[in-house]
Each structure stands twice: as C-alpha cells, then as structure tokens.
Design a protein around this ligand. Sequence first.
Ligand SMILES: [Zn+2]
Length: 271
Amino acid sequence: MYHHVSPETGPITMSPKNFESQMKGLVDEGYTTLTCDQFADFLAGKPTPPKSVLLTFDDGYLDNWVYAHPILKKYGLRATIFVVTGLIGEGPVRACAEQGADALPRLPSHLECRALWAVGSTDSAMLRWSEIQAMREAGTFEFHCHTHTHTRWDQVSKTREECLAHMRKEFEASRALLKDNLGEVSQHFCWPQGYFADDYVSLAQEYGFRYLYTTEAYGQNLRASNPSKIYRVAVKNRSARWFLRRIWIAGHPVVGPLYNKWRSWKRKLRG
Ligand SMILES: [Zn+2]
C-alpha cells in the first residue's frame, strides 16, 4: 500500500529514489506485478506466477502521475490506484518526470494535500481525469473506487442509518463518475482510512464491489481466502532491501503467519 511518491517529506510519502529502488528490486528478483483482476483470479484458485505482487496506491495524488508513473513505465511494471472520485480534476495533462525537472508542477506535501481537501481546492494536489486516461493507455496504472469524498461518515453521522445513507451516496456518486470517465466500474473497492464494519461490507457488495481492500497488514491473502477482507502491507520509505524482505515475510507460509501474530500481539500490548 502506497500513497505519495514525492521528493516532499512527510507521512505516507516515499521518495522517488526509494520507489525506483523498490521497483528495480522487483524486476531484478523476477517478480510479476498483477492487475486487480489477476489478483482476483489468484484468490479464486487460478494459476499466477509464484513471485507475484499487487501494488496499490490510495487516494489519487498528482505525484503518482509525476513520479510513480514514469518509474513504472521504465521498468515495465503496473500498479493500481484507488481514486477518490470527487477530488479528481478536469483540464489538460500536466508535466511528469519524463519531461525533466524544470517543467514539473509544484507538489504539495501530504499535510498540504489534506489542507487543500479541507478547503475544496484539490487540483494542485490530486490527479486529473486526463492524467488517469494517459496512465491507463500507458498500462502503468489501473483505477478503482475509493469513495467519492473520503469522508468517515461513521464519525460524523448522528445515527447509523444516517451514516449508511451517506455511504449509499458515496457509492452512487463514485460509480457514476468512474462509469462516465473510464467507461466501466470494477468490482474492486478500498475503504477510506481502512474503516469498515459488517453493514459497510454488505452495502459495498450490494453496489457490486466484491473485492474489498483494507489497511490491515497482519494477515495473508491466500487462495480461497475471503475477498471482502484483503490485507495490505504499508510500505516504508526505504530501499529495495527492506521492501523485498518485507514481501518475502508477507508471503512465506511459515514465517508470514508467525510474523503477523507477533506484530498483532505487540500492537495489542501498546493498546
Ligand atoms: Zn485513502
């Protein structure tokens, strides 16, 4: 699970240098990067290469186009972005790192991005539909749903009914925009801030989302495992060495579950 790839520092931000190191590491070690549908096939028991990973990005930041897209293209890899459809802008494609450093748009840090969301001025922080289209055509990124506004309705609604009514609107608005702009809506969906509950899951399924991506890291996505609870590992802003070791641990049939148990236990101790 990635968010930003940017020279700006801050939370959930990976430097372009470390991102490139991680991508080169995948290529050097012979990994295949899956599409979400290939990952769904894996869950359904269809064959996938033994060294397979699914790279996901959340929210749809402009820096994904500026830095992550050219690096994926260079290494022939692919990834997924879960976009918040209400934050995506209109207008022409902006420059990306392929055009050289002088031409690049100024990229806000993660905290600046969130401040821009709060005042409804998201164009300088988030992707445009034209950039999404360009990345789809290049085969670097595919795009799936991450709600329309990224609001934690469970925290701001007076009742659960009100909360679920808001979530219905989220699903409806985001599905409509994805359909208009991409021509299709997939079955893959990612929870804002990782929050979900049983009624949320039922609602997402009612709207056609079968594969639900969480921010829970301490479990394994295995063949025949539950597609409504997909685990993801948050990447660190570190080089290929850390990244490849973390992937190895996550996928190992013995080490993986032991590591997950240990980390869950440590988390419980911290409260
Ligand atoms: Zn998000």
